[in-house]
Design a protein around this ligand. Structure first.
Ligand code: KIV
Ligand code: ZN
Length: 562
């Protein structure tokens, strides 16, 4: 059988007994390093052109990244050219450090320094693989042999840097495949490297711990990070950096727990592009911090621009459910979610902390519009439909009508099988409730109040042949209902009616909604008019019309006109 889990063995946990990281809370953003132009680029079907790299670099600078890995110049001519272009054309802001990657091989390190000639400041990132599988199966070297590669690389990095004192150098070392490396050996190699670089004597040094392949749950990675932080020499003089990959889908979680475990810096890419399942997604991690009230030190407010540039440069589209950035991540289709969002948003006051059900952050903060939050399909309910009418047309529906109208919308959605846009919702509302047949249009009304109640005289229908109705009741609705009962020989019971004043910007000033039983049939209608009485009487007429017929029928005992 090909699908056989017995082929695999479980990752051995660290067996730590003094772990402190689970009780830690992240209170400030780590230093970020964007590796889109190197690790991200190395993973593309079509590597970026120099122009694409420049576009992405400019975006990263605009977002606030202060450390940007721009390539592997010794391994790729376009990367070399891009590095030269940035330096020669003076395109690196004074507060941004470019970082370049090189394997710990002499000829590659030498070429790396050629690429960096004239840079004001730069991070030289040197790595070699340290894991058991790489040692045993790829390099055929023992621990000492692997440590030697690292030490020789570190030595050459230091010596070549010394020949270019005009540049402010930071040295970075990665024990590549760290997650598959025995911790005591990882610490041994790191210590051997820092022995050469002497961060304790002032040389800025970054020790980067890559989850080159994500091999275990994020808590295991956090244990590994804490273990290294506790056991390396010169800890207080080095910056501990993380570089997680997403093989198990937990790159962000691993980096977050790794920061809790003591790391100072995190490498990743925008939207998580990178080898295989990708690198740690900087957007997600930074926005996770933002959602906890922590300044991410990056400006991610222009999410549309970020996705547009990343897509153009990587030729990879953004998943609609990508955290914080996808098209659908702030959208609720489900009725109960829509209802909750609508209630929270309507209670929210300017200056309140964000506390809205189903929305971890305010979509507006990343340039999204509230229009996208509630979208209607056949899963939606009354809250969503009511929200769309309120938001886009200033129409407030009473609860009973929300329930009734949402069924109309749901039927339409089921028939068309997809999303119902705001215009369609409005059209459905007009067609079903607001439409006034010429024969039932309220022309004028006169209400006379005396000690017995209200006497109503109403003129209805086509101006050429309008019908006069007259009735009495305790109020206007009752009086006109009585007039209609008499004229058409029906029994009318008003089950509910509601009137709303409308906001500015609409032609009508009032909306009325009414639900009747006419004989034993339910009927409901709504009307817009200049004043609430006109709106209510028109709604009453329209609701009765639905039962007795849209064309004004003849009076009881008269012959029908139509
Ligand atoms: O994933 C990795 O290990 C790397 C290193 C070169 C840092 O990209
Ligand atoms: Zn990587």
């Amino acid at each position: 059988m090909a699908f056989d889990h017995r082929k695999y063995v479980a990752f051995k946990p660290v067996g730590k007994t003094d772990r402190r990281w689970p009780d830690k809370v992240i209170e400030k953003a780590p230093a970020w390093c964007a590796v889109d132009l190197r690790d991200g680029n190395q993973a593309l079907v079509k590597p970026m052109t120099v122009a694409q790299k420049q576009r992405l670099f400019d975006l990263l600078v605009k977002l606030g990244f202060k450390e940007i890995e721009i390539g592997f110049p010794a391994a790729s001519q376009p990367d070399f050219d891009f590095c030269r272009k940035l330096i020669d054309e003076n395109r690196i802001p004074h507060d941004v450090k470019i970082q370049v990657l090189t394997q710990a091989r002499p000829e590659l390190i030498e070429r790396t320094y050629e690429a960096l000639d004239g840079a004001k400041q730069a991070i030289v990132h040197v790595y070699n693989s340290t894991s058991t599988v790489q040692r045993e199966q790829v390099f055929g070297l023992d621990r000492a042999g692997i440590r030697d590669i690292a030490v020789q690389g570190a030595t050459l990095v230091r010596d070549l840097a010394a020949k270019h004192p005009e540049t402010e150098w930071t040295f970075q070392y990665s024990p590549e495949s760290f997650t598959g490396t025995e911790l005591d050996f990882a610490v041994d190699v790191i210590d051997a490297v820092t022995e050469v670089w002497r961060p304790d004597q002032g040389q800025p040094v970054i020790i980067n711990l890559p989850a080159t392949v994500e091999m275990a749950t994020p808590n295991v990675f956090a244990d590994q990070v804490e273990w290294v932080c506790d056991n390396i020499k010169r800890r207080e003089h080095v910056s501990i950096s993380l570089h997680t990959h997403n093989d198990r889908g937990c790159a962000v979680a691993a980096a977050e727990l790794g920061v809790m475990a003591g790391a100072d810096r995190v490498e990743g890419t925008l939207m998580g592009n990178g080898e295989r399942t990708g690198n740690m997604d900087l957007v997600t991690m930074a926005m996770n911090l933002y959602s906890q009230g922590i300044d991410p030190t990056l400006d991610l407010s222009g999410m549309a621009e970020i996705t547009e540039v990343v897509e153009a440069c990587t030729e990879i589209s953004t998943h609609p459910r990508h955290p914080y950035a996808g098209e659908l991540v702030f959208t609720a289709f489900s009725g109960s979610h829509q209802d909750a969002i609508r209630k929270c948003l309507s209670k929210r006051k300017e200056g309140d902390v964000w506390n809205v059900a189903y929305l971890p952050i305010d979509p507006f903060d990343v340039g999204r519009r509230y229009e996208e939050v509630v979208r209607i399909n056949s899963q939606s309910g009354k809250g969503g439909v009511a929200y769309v009418l309120e938001r886009d047309y200033d129409i407030t529906l009473p609860r009973w009508l929300q329930i009734e109208f949402s069924k109309v919308v749901q039927r339409e959605a089921e028939n068309n099988g997809g999303e119902i846009d705001s215009l369609t919702i409005h059209r459905l509302f007009e067609d079903r409730y607001l439409k006034v047949h010429r024969d039932w249009a309220l022309r004028s009304y006169d209400l006379h109040r005396d000690e017995d109640g209200v006497r109503a005289e109403v003129s209805v229908g086509d101006p050429e042949a309008s019908v006069q109705l007259e009735g009495r009741g305790l109020g206007a609705v009752e009086a006109v209902s009585e007039a209609l009962e008499q004229r058409f020989g029906v029994a009318i019971a008003v089950e509910a009616y509601d009137e709303f004043a409308l906001g500015e910007g609409t032609n009508a000033n009032a909306l009325a909604c009414i639900r009747l039983t006419v004989n034993s049939e339910h009927s409901s209608a709504a009307a817009l008019a200049e004043d609430t009485t006109s709106a209510t009487l028109q709604a009453l007429l329209s609701a009765v019309a639905q039962v007795v017929g849209v064309t004004m029928p003849a009076q009881v005992g008269e012959s029908a006109l139509a």
